[in-house]
Design a binder for this molecule. Sequence first.
Ligand code: SF4
Ligand code: SF4
Length: 401
Amino acid sequence: MQYRTNPRNGDQLSVLGYGCMRLGRNEKEAEKLLVSAVEQGVNYLDTAYFYAGNEAMLGRILQRTGLRDRVKLATKMPQYFVKKPADLDRFFNIELEHLQTDFVDYYLMHTLNSLDQWQRLVGFGVMEWIAAKKAAGQIKNIGFSFHGSREEFRRIVDAYPWEFCMIQYNYLDEYNQAGKDGLLYAADKGMAVMVMEPLRGGRLAMGLPREVQDIFSHAWPERNPAEWGLRWVWNHPQVTLALSGMNTSLVLEENIRVACDAKPDSLSEEELALIDRARKIILEKTKVPCTGCGYCMPCPYGVEIPLCFSCYNETAVKSKFRSQMKYITYVGAHGASRCKQCGKCEEHCPQSIPIREKLAEAARSLEGFPYKPAQALIGRWLRWEKGQGDQGSERKEEHSS
Ligand code: SF4
Ligand code: SF4
């Protein structure tokens, strides 16, 4: 494992951090993965209050395995839920309890996307609150995660002596959100910069357009698309670490292999030009820039939003029939046309996707033939199956009475 120095405090942080959000709910599997990652040198684990059950699962795993002292733990204040000063303590204490710890090494204001949002917290006394927590040793480093515009990023950085920040950064997002400008700006201020979505929620690893796969498969040295994506991020010396949501041992081992080798400023001009070509093609073929983060979920009307978008994006790189088959199989009755336009999901989307509009497009593209007849057939079969079950239980009751 390679380590980079946090310029603020000298912490040696593994270039590969563990994004625990995508660990899933199988605690045994999650434990195996985390133990293996730490054994191989990963020493930064990231979670959040907002990731349902994730903090508590991580807390139990750290407790059972005794790994707490070997890692830097990062979690996040759900600042969007803070409605009064007392909420700051309330959420923080719940988080400590979930994580079974007395302190948080790296604490972030979650999805702080504008100066207005920060000023709202300032109105609740957040600066004094942070100072008190730091004095008590309960927060070691304070930062924020960000999905807003480049301008807002600079404003937030300038508004407070942050120790670190977390930005979305990958070769598709070089000029999106905080982007390269934000990375350099924060690094110039001496902040540590943690990167999330280095592979855009896996999009840069799998399901790439054929032309992009061809670019990578004919390139030398031989590398898979995920490796190209990660190397691009780590090529920036200003990046302190990149988080990856590794949910299989194969992905974990592969990422660790790259993390042991990818040095800053190591990509050649030719390699960077190759990634640039890939970027242009992917952007041309992206219908919805969804990362699959799930922040928009659950939809009160049952729409499987990220899955709808994943299938819709596939229509640009696979045959429409295959995308429709995936849609029928995985989205089923939770399709885009169930959307009732309430807009709740859009308030939470870090990518500012006009979800309602894009769902309508997805429905037009994916819900023609054979989706509707398939849904009707499945519905009829489910009703028949339920009927059989009801008759069965009626017979059982008759028999027992
Ligand atoms: S706008 Fe549509 S998809 Fe979004 S929460 Fe409302 S019903 Fe669900
Ligand atoms: S629509 Fe937005 S919030 Fe929902 S999964 Fe995609 S990127 Fe995340």
